[in-house]
Design a protein around this ligand. Structure first.
Ligand code: NAD
Ligand code: G6P
Ligand code: MN
Length: 442
């Protein structure tokens, strides 16, 4: 008899919480639950989501105990899994991550370039705090972390909590696999076998086949070379105009190395000029999210609260949630399924820094993860990755040491920043914008 699990979602007030809960409830036959908790440090934000889900779960699954809290002891006691989705500083600070770099002529993005570094300096402390709560109150639990910027957070936990049971993950490649499955007439990403290497939001598919071993790359390349990833299926999140532009631009990203299929985020490194031309500095992605997903999710929840019932209401399920639930199932049920995870390289890419946190396929089971070696990588990718991983490592060092110099070096080294002069002016602005969130830099 499968054991019933207890989970806590950290960052319970996230716009992704209802989707994750919906997916968990849809998978109770594979992943039975006895308890679901939400934890957040913003009681007011979380309450809307919490109250609505309380009604929803009570009506459909009264056997599952559901609570929401801002008390760490209550949140993290007696849990088997922590699903972490924090955004330290919330959208108010994402707004600065995206808009401050634009003032200096640099791209403004949630996880890439100066915006990602700015977010990273806020996120490290928040994620470590959650990890420490988990270890204090439920030392045997696993943390599945998708709080961004995942690359920087993963490097920080490698450095500062090397023995912790944390797995860092991203949903972008999964969404791309859905789209690639669709291109070849398949439905589920699980119907594809794949090879992939890179850093988070900075990688390449090197092989895609079906489960019979038939090579699907020629057909997928043909599609991507003309349309990028556009014109395919997508989650609601990824249907907004800025995402459609990103998926379309993937065709030009692909052109840089037609032997592989690239991650969409490489757009920010290869075509920052294009991105800048297509960005309204007064209306960036965060505005689109606030007007779209945030409004929709909180409206949906408020509606349930106002009516006092969730009768007839369905939660939309998406690629983001399915991946996280599948990963928890793999850990709990020892499925040995293949996932793309952000893990310490340690030879999996033999001609690359062994201490780098790389994104590669891994087999996941009860006793943890087994990396699948990807072999040596070509000069182009190696050069790009060495630069980018150094940026990520320098940000983490800057956070640990409180070093202004290392943060300046990180910004200067980023492909998205044109000079040390711009890097320094940008840094001074980011320090100002992040007052109260970043450690003091000297
Ligand atoms: P959001 O702002 O709606 O939600 C984040 C929540 O975290 C907020 O309710 C906030 O109050 C809470 N929070 C902030 N600091 C906290 C702390 N120290 N302790 C507890 N709670 C805290 O953001 P969102 O757009 O829903 O995204 C949530 C997170 O998920 C972000 O980090 C986002 O980048 C990430 N995400 C990652 C992936 C991936 O591929 N890895 C995919 C989607 C979203
Ligand atoms: C993708 C990425 C996530 C990122 C998200 C941003 O799913 O993998 O890491 O957080 O997009 O989406 P948003 O809709 O908030 O801009
Ligand atoms: Mn991601």
């Amino acid at each position: 008899m499968t054991q019933k699990h207890s989970i806590v979602i950290a960052g319970g007030g996230s716009t992704f919480t209802p989707g994750i809960i919906g997916m968990l409830l849809d998978n109770l036959d594979r992943f039975p639950l006895r308890s679901v908790k939400l934890y957040d440090n913003d009681a007011q934000r979380q309450e809307v989501i919490g109250k609505a889900l309380e009604i929803f779960i009570k009506e459909r699954h009264p056997e599952i105990k559901f609570t929401y809290t801002t008390d760490p002891k209550e949140g993290f006691s007696d849990v088997d899994f922590v699903l972490a989705q924090l955004r330290v500083g919330k959208y108010e600070m994402r707004d600065r991550d995206e808009k401050v770099p634009l003032k200096h002529g640099c791209i403004g993005q949630e996880t890439c370039g100066p915006g990602g570094m700015s977010y990273g300096m806020r996120s490290i402390g928040g994620v470590l705090e959650i990890l420490d709560y988990m270890e204090e109150y439920s030392p045997d639990a696993w943390m599945l972390n998708y709080s961004n910027p995942a690359a920087i957070v993963a490097e920080a936990t490698r450095r500062l909590r090397p023995n912790s049971k944390i797995i860092n993950i991203c949903d972008m490649p999964i969404d791309l696999m859905y789209k690639m499955a669709d291109m070849v007439g398949l439905k589920e990403w699980q119907e594809l076998d794949f090879s992939y290497y890179g850093l988070n939001h900075f990688g390449w598919f090197t092989a895609i086949s079906d489960k019979e071993g038939n090579d699907l790359m020629p057909q997928i390349k043909k599609h991507v070379s003309v349309n990028g990833f556009a014109d395919g299926i997508g989650t609601a999140q990824h249907l907004d105009p800025s995402w459609v532009e990103t998926f379309t631009k993937a065709k030009d990203v692909y052109a840089l190395d037609p032997a592989t299929i690239p991650n969409t985020y490489l757009k920010y490194y290869f075509y920052p000029d294009f991105v800048l031309e297509h960005t309204d500095p007064k209306h960036t992605r965060v505005d689109e999210v606030r007007e779209g997903r945030e409004k929709q999710v909180f409206g949906f929840c408020q509606d349930i609260i106002d009516k006092g019932t969730a009768e007839g209401v369905e939660i939309e399920l998406d690629a983001h949630a399915t991946y996280i639930v599948d990963l928890a199932i793999a850990l709990a049920e020892n499925t040995k399924e293949r996932f793309l995870l952000i893990v310490e390289n340690n030879g999996a890419i033999p001609n690359f820094d062994p201490t780098a946190m790389v994104e590669i396929p891994c087999l996941v089971g009860k006793n943890g993860i087994e990396k699948i070696n990807q072999g040596p990588i070509p000069q182009f990718q190696k050069g790009l990755m060495e630069q980018q991983v150094s940026v990520e490592k320098l940000v983490v060092e800057a956070w640990i040491e409180g070093s202004y110099l290392k943060m300046w070096q990180a910004l200067t080294l980023s492909q998205t920043v044109p000079s040390a002069k711009v890097a320094r002016e940008l840094l001074d602005d980011l320090i100002e914008a992040n007052k109260g969130y970043w450690p003091e830099l000297n």
